[in-house]
Design a protein around this ligand. Structure first.
Ligand code: SAM
Length: 304
């Protein structure tokens, strides 16, 4: 990353992998190594740390925050799969979906699998986690990551999610879907430093992404037993976020938005304030968007 870029200022976030360890054990290990633990953050500015300080996050129970650029790539806890290097905002989707242990879940666009391993941790490795991705290379990276993280409840498939048949009997008990489709990545601060692309080209690219995202969302809602779905992007463009969700809700009146984390400081753009946004300034994370959709009726008796 270029020195002095906004990414340099963000805390280094780490998710404790509860399939391999506990938050308490990870904290103790890091303390023995010379990091100083300041307890759980209560305010945003508690996440601004220096030297070897670290805190437990105030919104996400398994997330630790360290000073910017703390490097864990060669660290034992990382190599052993006890910690996952994941931005705080990208820990929101699995945390908010929160599928119970034993449930059947789809991660529709899953590679490289950080959210898949988070889902598996929440499910305590019990139940089934169907994970799809179009990109074979990213899927093989994902296999390695999941192995290291001790995930065992998954079934990976190199598939275009849009061709996965919602009426296939193997998905008949799927109640939860995490949809984190390809997006412009405009929320990733390290990607924002380049020179602006041609305006017309950029507009066409966003329109193509938004139409793909809406198709994925509509497709997801066709799984017959679906109860809850999380939609997320690392984009800051409303075209890929609120506009996609609003169009989907209009086309699927049997789903509604669930209001998320009242204490989270940044909301979806009006009128979609049930959704969350994240940004470098308001949440000290990369730019991000999350919506949680819930089925209103079981489709048999839509109220007149
Ligand atoms: N959820 C992942 C994580 O947390 O590690 C990141 C997913 S990334 C934002 C989007 C992924 O969607 C890419 O890996 C891309 O290959 C995949 N993808 C794009 N089109 C797809 C499709 N039609 N079906 C399945 N996966 C697709």
């Amino acid at each position: 990353l270029p020195a002095g870029s906004p990414a340099d200022q963000l805390p280094r976030y780490v998710r404790v992998n509860t399939l391999k360890t506990t938050v308490g054990d990870a904290v103790d290990y890091l303390k023995r190594e010379g990091f100083s633990y300041l307890g759980q953050a209560v305010r945003l500015d508690n996440l601004t740390l220096k030297n070897k300080e670290f805190v437990l996050d105030m919104h996400l129970p398994e997330v630790l925050a360290f000073p910017p650029n703390t490097d864990f790539h060669d660290h034992f806890l990382y190599k052993a799969g006890h910690i996952i290097l994941q931005d705080k905002a990208s820990c929101l989707p699995a945390h908010l979906l929160h599928p119970p242990a034993g449930s059947q879940v789809i991660d529709a666009c899953a590679a490289p699998g950080n959210k898949t391993s988070h889902l598996a941790a929440i499910m305590k490795n019990r139940g089934r986690l169907f994970a799809f991705d179009l990109d074979g290379k990213r899927l093989s990276t994902m296999s390695t990551l999941l192995l290291r993280a001790g995930v065992s409840c998954h079934q990976l498939a190199n598939r275009d999610f849009l061709t996965v048949d919602p009426d296939d009997p193997q998905y008949k008990d799927v109640e939860y879907i995490l949809l984190d489709p390809s997006c412009s990545g405009s929320g990733m601060v390290c990607l924002r430093d380049g020179s602006p692309a041609d305006q017309e080209e950029e507009k066409a690219r966003l329109a193509a992404l938004a139409s793909f995202q809406l198709r994925c969302l509509n497709h997801s809602l066709r799984f017959p037993r679906l109860k809850r779905l999380v939609y997320s992007t690392c984009s800051i463009h409303s075209q890929e976020n609120e506009e996609v969700v609003a169009a989907c809700l209009q086309q699927n009146p049997n789903f509604r938005l669930v209001p998320l984390l009242a204490q989270w400081p940044e909301r979806g753009l009006e009128p979609l304030s049930q959704c969350l946004r994240a940004s470098t300034t308001r949440t000290l994370t990369h730019g991000f968007f999350v919506a949680l959709l819930e089925k209103v009726s079981d489709g048999r008796g839509i109220k007149k």
